[in-house]
Design a protein around this ligand. Structure first.
Ligand code: FAD
Ligand code: EPU
Length: 355
């Protein structure tokens, strides 16, 4: 079954632009330059560039730029993923398997699925960025992660010029993690992703505290996927700044996963400590809580600061450089280290080199 927006360009020879300012292409709204910039609309264009010996270690793949911090000059060749097609390849019983071009907008896909009555990704509404980037950090929100619906992906190997299929087990998905952030970092261009969704009756995941509260406040006892979608959109809109208004990349750091004994230690010192279950014997402590306790919430230094409603979000108040943002991130990390003995790890991908 073929769905609406099939838009595959037949142009095999892509246009190479030079010295391109990437400010319009990152949600932190930071100025940074790429020596060469190519918008990829068709996988064959990658083969063409590979045959010209233009691809390799100096290549970097850009999606929607919603999880990157550009520091200084970025890689010499930036490939922007604009491969847009959407097709449901298989429909069997209650299952829908759909293959989606990596350059499609993630939220638009979620909305489309909810409208079709296909369940599984409604909790992942309003996450900015592209479908092709979703496996990179195994995007997650409100109790669901990409891995819960993921079947496989197709990727172009920038080093060998060949295509490869990765199934779920090959991706080594973890919390904000995958093989594409480890041994295959920067090596593959994700062309498309295949997901497994479900027709009604759906399994609803509404256990995340703020979602549960939203449903209760709206007197929704038996939520459907459209209710979850609406709830997640409303909660996110109230908590997170819209990058169109205030530059940001969502959570700047990952939530630290720590031994349960560390939570007991914190509980001795603080009245109430929020936490989420993690692997056996471990707990996840919200980095936003730790940062708030160090006094950084809503603070501003020059052009940068943390968001007033969510301390984990670093914002660009206008005109900030990548180095300024990184300097603030380091100060926050030091404060948390000094106060709690906990090391925060950036979730945002730091790209480029400078002082
Ligand atoms: P980019 O930022 O362009 O790239 C991110 C990384 O993926 C880079 O290393 C890049 O090289 C690589 N990459 C991108 N596309 C490809 C590809 N096709 N092939 C190979 N590598 C690729 N994330 C969550 O998990 N949960 C959230 O709830 C969430 N909320 C957010 C809220 C806001 C307001 C913002 C700004 C961000 C949020 N994020 C969240 C982070 C971000 O939206 C996700 O990480 C998203 O998947 C990034 O997509 P992108 O296309 O913008 O990727
Ligand atoms: N909190 C504070 N102060 C703050 C922020 C949070 O005390 O300033 C505490 C509160 O107790 C709150 C708890 O932290 O209840 C959790 O906050 P929230 O629900 O906002 O979630 P989070 O842990 O800060 C994570 C993800 C988000 C994702 C939400 C919802 C990470 C690093 N972040 O944030 O993902 O949308 O949960 O599932 O895991 C992203 O990755 O960019 C992102 C936005």
């Amino acid at each position: 079954m073929s769905l609406n927006y099939k838009d595959v360009s037949k142009t095999v020879i892509p246009e190479i632009q030079h010295n391109v300012n990437l400010r319009p292409y990152n949600t932190l709204n930071v100025e940074a330059y790429a020596d060469r910039f190519v918008a990829i609309t068709d996988p064959d264009q990658l083969t063409h560039l590979y045959d010209q010996s233009l691809l390799g270690k100096d290549t970097w793949v850009l999606g929607g730029g919603s999880n990157v911090l550009f520091k200084g000059r970025v890689k010499p060749l930036v490939l922007k993923n604009e491969i847009r097609f959407l097709e449901a390849v298989e429909e069997s019983g209650r299952d829908i398997r759909m293959t989606v071009g990596g350059g499609n907008d993630w939220h638009r896909l979620v909305k489309h699925c909810v409208e079709q009555g296909w369940g599984g990704i409604e909790n992942l509404a309003l996450i900015p960025g592209t479908v092709g980037a979703a496996p990179i950090q195994n995007i997650g929100a409100y109790g669901v992660e990409l891995k819960d619906v993921f079947v496989s992906l197709s990727a172009f190997d920038l080093e060998t010029g060949s295509k490869r299929i990765f199934h779920s087990r090959d991706c080594e998905f973890g919390y904000r993690d995958s093989v594409f952030k480890k041994e295959y970092k920067g090596r593959f261009f994700i062309l498309s992703v295949t997901l497994k969704l479900r027709k009604p009756p759906h399994t609803i995941n509404s256990h995340y505290k703020s979602l549960e509260e939203w449903l209760e406040n709206n007197h929704i006892d038996r939520p459907g996927i459209a209710d979850v979608f609406r709830g997640v959109v409303e909660i996110r809109t109230s908590k997170l700044p819209n990058p169109a208004d205030l530059g940001n990349a969502g959570s700047f750091f990952k939530n630290p996963v720590l031994p349960a004994s560390k939570l007991d230690e914190l509980k001795n010192a603080y009245d109430s400590v929020p936490s989420f279950p993690a692997d056996e014997g471990m707990v996840k402590i919200p980095a936003g809580w730790l940062i708030e306790k160090t006094g950084w919430k809503g603070k501003r230094i020059g052009n940068v600061g943390t968001y007033e409603n969510q301390a984990l979000v670093i914002v660009n108040h206008g005109g900030a450089t990548g180095d300024e943002i990184w300097a603030l991130a380091i100060s926050i990390r030091e404060s948390v280290r000094n106060q709690f003995g906990i090391e925060l790890v950036p979730e945002v991908n730091v790209i480029g080199t400078s002082s």
